[in-house]
Each structure stands twice: as structure tokens, then as C-alpha cells.
Design a protein. Sequence first.
Length: 443
Amino acid sequence: MAAVGLNTPADAASYGTPTISLSASYLSGAVGATGDPQVTVTVAQSGADASALTVAASASSRSSVAATGDVGVSGTGSTRRLAVTAHTSGYTDLTIKVTGLGGKTATRTLHFAASAAVQKAADTRYFTGSSDASAAVDVGGGYAVVADDESNTLRLYDRSASGGPVKTWDFSSRLGVSKEIDIEAAARVGNTIYWTGSLGNNKDGEYKADRNTVFTTTVTGSGASTQLTLGGSYHKLRDDLVAWDHANGDRYGFAAGTADGQVPKQIDGFNVEGLEFAPGSTSTAYIGFRAPLVPPANGGKALIVPVTNVDEVVAGGAKPVFGAAIQLDLGGLSIRDIRKNAADQYLIVAGSWAADDNSDPYAVYSWDGVAGHAPVKRADLPTGDPGGWEAVVDVPDLGRAGARAQFITDDGSANLYGDGTEAKDLTHPEWKKSRATWFAVTN
């Protein structure tokens, strides 16, 4: 049993009953993880110095997941830190007990869930509070704002630590939306972040207007002090893309891909998952498609459609002007995210167009952003672990040996804890999480 404190016998009548509180009643960990989230334990006892109180785990409902000896408590005084080391995936209820002077005790229950070990565990952190990470933007100081395709909440995370968001924002009411936007992509230019919904139908092939939303947020501050304020919005980009494609002979099948009953995540569907700006531009945005592949057959190419005046579109409702489409050979994969650095070096997360693709291949490609120039495969991303790779936070100098980038998974459909429950359906937000892992993208 791990404990911190002093057991000092005394006249029981001289002391009150101790109190104990937990900063969270639900905690998620992972087998083999580094830096799992911790819980703050606050204790007190009338008539006693808090440093004399002992805090320890006294019981575990499933010791194979984590036993009492796997609970570590650090710190002194009224505030302690509690960490749990997991041994196997699953759930256990841990009884956390404070023992005060005079032998008096109090307890609280910590509901703990552990996910299975993953590849590159030492380079992995878990962003909790949401399991459906879909886009991420670096805001400096080691922090990133992460979007969720199951809600409209934007969350600020410390990229180096596992745990919940530092801040959250939800602009739904001001955007005039009541359902999920299905945020799937983002790009930053200056202090403006552009966010876009998938623009496609829902999984049942139904049109949902709120998914046809592009909006901006203005960034002030950086790191943990980051603040976001709502900028402009536009709600007809899908319609404009369909009209543009129709005017050009329906080359990419956008009308068919958005038809009633058409599921978006099909090889000939319609689903946006990438957004970034063209080289040297603050007004031309590249819209990257998960579907369709062009042509829609094995070996098809990934599709980008430039919007050359996206700043005017979102800020003032101007009609979009589209540039010539770009087709990229990503080995039969499509775009799951695209991000560039200040030197116009791009990384593309490439994955399947399919809906259930956890075991399908993922790869990282570099590109210079120039139409007609071929992307270069940098690395394969591992499969077999829960979730699908959905976002790259930022792009390092790709000319530097050993450069690494952080990639994030959407774990919404993953069975994280071995009970058959998809992560997006878990009752407690603290048990929902997405995985952020660093990978080398240069030799």
C-alpha cells in the first residue's frame, strides 16, 4: 500500500473526522503509459496538522487492472497527488482512504479505466474529455487547440501532458447551429484559424445543414494563456463546390457524392478532411478531400480544390473563386489532414476513404504545395492500435535530421477498455480520450 503521512496515535476525542475530496472521480490510464493523468487529493482534519494525515488506496474492485499497491501518492500537507499504474485494460473502483490522528478515517471512490498498451507508448500522450479528435492547430508554448467531430467544442491541450483540456470554447449559438458541425479540418494564418465541417452528408446519407459550415476564430495570447474569439462564418461552401464541379462537367462527381442517401465515406463520396493555405498565400486555401478519390477506383488520386479568396468568403460572404483542382498520388490513400510550416513545407496524413478503417494503412507524405509536384512518402503510421490517425499538429523543419511531428487519433469508434463500448458512447468524459504520438518524419 502506497502512503504519504504520519500515523501518530492520539486521543481520538481531540480530533474531528478527517475529510477527503478528489479533483476527479473518474480517471483514465493506459498500460505502459508515460505521464498518465493524476488526481489531486485534498485532505483535512480539525485539530490536526494535514501533514500528519495518511492517504492510501485501501481496496480495488478488480486488482488485475490496478491493485492497491499500484496507487502512488505524493506530496505533503493538505494537497496530495495520486497516480495509478495500470496492468491490464478494463475498469476498477479504487477506494482512497485518509487516516487521521486518533485513527479516524474517511474514504472516496475513484473510478479508474485503463486502455491497452500501444506502440510508441513513451512518445504517446492522451488528451481526455473527448475521443473524437479531428483537427489540431498549434498555438505556441507547447499547446494546441483540438477540434472534435462529434461536438462543436474546441479544446486547448498541453501537448506534452496527458489529461483534460486547459480551456474550452463552443461557438454554436453564435454560429446559429444546433447540431454538430462535424469539424474535420483547420488551418492557421497569422492570428486567424479557419475551421471547416466535413461538408458531407451524415453516416446515414442525410444532408445536415450545420455540417456545411466554415468559420474562423481569432487567437490572442499563446500557450496556456491562449484565447479564442469568433470571427466570420460561411454556410454554403458545399453548394458552391457542387455548382463549380457541375459547371465543369461533373468531373469529380460532387453532385452524386452529395445526393440524398449517399454515404460520405465512400470512394465516390464527398467528405472534406483537410485544410491548409497555398504556399506564400493568406487567401488561397487548399480544401483536401477524404472522398472522392479520382478516379474512384483502386489507385485513384487524392483531391485538393483551392479556394482562392477564402478570406473574403468567410469574412464577408463573397462568392468563392475556385482554382484548378490538384490531384496527388498518395498510394491509393486520401487526405486525412494537411499542414504546413512557415517555410511552406507540407505534411499530409494519408489514410483510407472508408468509414471503418482502423486496420487500413496510414502514411505520412511531404509536399511543397505546388500543383504538379509529387508528394514524397516519409513514413508509415502504425495500425492495430485503437483509433485512426486524423491530425498533425504542426510541421517541423523537414530538412533537419531526426525531426519529429505529433499526430493525433480519432478514437471515437474504438473499444478502449475491452467492454465493447465505443469511446464516443462512454458515459464519463474523463474516460474519453484521443491519442497524441510523436513520430520521426525525417531520417
